[in-house]
Design a protein around this ligand. Sequence first.
Ligand SMILES: Nc1ncnc2c1ncn2[C@@H]1O[C@H](COP(=O)(O)OP(=O)(O)OP(=O)(O)O)[C@@H](O)[C@H]1O
Length: 239
Amino acid sequence: MTAGLSLQTVSYAFGAKQALRDVSFAVEPGTFCALLGPNGAGKSTLFGLLTRLFTTGQGSITVAGHDLARQPRAALARIGVVFQQPTLDLDLTVRRNLLYFAALHGLAGREAETRSMAALDRLGMAERAGELARNLNGGHRRRMEIARALIHRPAVLLLDEPTVGLDAAARFAITDHVHGLAASGLSVLWATHLTDEVRPADQLVILHRGRVLANGTAADISAGKPLSDVFLAKTGTPA
Ligand SMILES: Nc1ncnc2c1ncn2[C@@H]1O[C@H](COP(=O)(O)OP(=O)(O)OP(=O)(O)O)[C@@H](O)[C@H]1O
């Protein structure tokens, strides 16, 4: 069992539509894992299961050693999530947004303040703490959401296509920051359909039609070829 994230033979169906089939992989602490799949591959369904938006009786998921079905509170307490759709209060300052989230985790006073500022600092956002969220550009709003997801000190960070809608510079900055978070010990699961967000040393899980087609380091899977070519060959779909 890993201290990070582990899935064993996880399946899920929406009625007759099988969205995930026997999905198994683990993300160790200190690892950036890119979950690469075309639209409809099952990435959002997987995130729904990891956050208990849905539950399944097929297979098991553990987070930092806690079984998600049997110890959901303990498991969810170790997960930080950045959803595809932004969920910020634009009329509050950056700092207030984080403090509200800290309160949801039972943190208040100086502890909440210290953790919020530390999380902002990790994302290079400390000097923006007093600004209204509305006045930030898309990249900085995303960074703020990532900072917010770190306040309760999760072991596992989930990000569902976090760079959608951002320009190239903001995409690069965020990808870089999150690689840094993985290097500092987090297990990061980063869902994307963009091969250029994956680095050779990253763990790569290719998901297609609900199945894991490959799981290894990106360098091993691409074997010297462009990852987009490998992806096309494996899935029949351009990345
Ligand atoms: N509520 C639902 N009811 C029925 N089928 C669904 C539902 N949600 C998703 N699906 C189907 O399950 C499969 C996996 O969808 P999912 O949204 O998880 O893929 P995805 O990889 O996240 O794609 P995207 O990048 O478009 O969000 C798809 O075939 C999709 O049509």
